[in-house]
Design a protein around this ligand. Structure first.
Ligand code: SF4
Ligand code: MG
Length: 283
């Protein structure tokens, strides 16, 4: 059985020292091992941004896609090889700006994919511009007087789009993040996990200390019921989107795959699209 070390490869990440994305990578590797996957069972599909590099740093199938398009690729991978566990990943700029339409429609489509967003409230790869997650007043090269746009709430959008699994975590909380990724992988449907993953180089406002002061961990509310959709929406609004933990899960709705007649039956599996070893060697 694989351990998290089996999901490591020999590529050295070129993230800045202290970047939150290191912990997200470690959490994915641990979660994959903890749920019993082998590297050949997993595909990590990423978009563009610092976080998009993650698909190259994990020993599994990987595809570094184009900006905002991790989800269309991930959905294609899942439909073509339904036996794979598929994780899509990217940043807040990737998923909540150029890719937002894909995010909303992937959520409502409810394919069995886990989508991990490394949310650092800035564009890091292009050296620090305001993102759709930046707060009003946030000063960067693109908003030198401070942002005058209201930030998006991905959790509220996900709930409104009919999400069946919504969670949020903090890259410093490796235990919680690993557990949520495990639950997301095991959820039969689309799982959105938004992760506060600080950009230590360009975001000097939303720092590790800032998150520690502002995060509201759902563990503080032992009576919280993550199956109650109205309660989930209320809690997101009450905490101004700063809550962490499992926010909502609906296990009653069928996944996209389960609504396609015969999709899971061996007889309808697209064997005709697969080459056996001898055909492969002839190529
Ligand atoms: Fe991480 Fe920011 Fe450096 Fe990109 S620029 S690697 S997001 S710390
Ligand atoms: Mg970002």
């Amino acid at each position: 059985m694989a351990t998290f070390k089996d999901f490591r490869n020999n590529v050295k990440p070129n993230w800045c020292p202290g970047c939150g994305d290191f912990s997200v990578q470690a959490a994915i590797q641990r979660a994959a091992a903890n749920v019993g996957l082998e590297p050949e069972n997993l595909a990590v599909i990423s978009g563009i941004g610092c976080s998009g590099r993650i698909s190259g740093y994990i020993n599994a199938y990987g595809f570094h896609g184009i900006h905002g398009r991790a989800l269309p690729i991930a959905q294609g991978v899942k439909l073509a090889n339904r036996e794979l566990t598929v994780i899509a990943s990217g940043g807040d700029g990737d998923g909540f700006a150029i890719g937002m339409a894909h995010t909303v429609h992937a959520i409502r489509r409810n394919l069995d994919i886990t989508y991990i967003v490394m949310d650092n409230q800035i564009y890091g790869l292009t050296k620090g511009q305001t993102s759709p997650r930046s707060a009003v007043g946030f000063k960067t090269k693109s908003t030198p007087q401070g942002s005058i746009e209201s930030p998006l709430s991905p959790l509220e959008i996900a709930m409104a789009a009919g999400a069946t699994f919504v969670a949020q975590s903090f890259s410093s909380d490796l235990k919680q993040l690993t557990s949520l990724i495990e639950q997301g992988i095991q959820h039969k449907g689309f799982a959105l996990i938004n992760v506060f993953s600080p950009c230590v180089t360009f975001n000097k406002v939303n720092t590790y200390d800032w998150f520690k002061e502002n995060i509201v961990n759902l563990d503080q509310f032992p009576d919280y019921d993550p199956t109650n959709r109205v309660a989930a929406m209320n809690k997101i609004m009450e905490t101004n989107g700063m809550l962490t933990g499992l926010i909502y899960r609906d296990t009653t709705r069928k996944s996209y795959e389960d609504l396609i007649p015969g999709f899971r039956e061996e007889g309808l599996y697209r064997q005709d699209l697969r080459l056996d070893q001898s055909q492969f060697e002839e190529l």
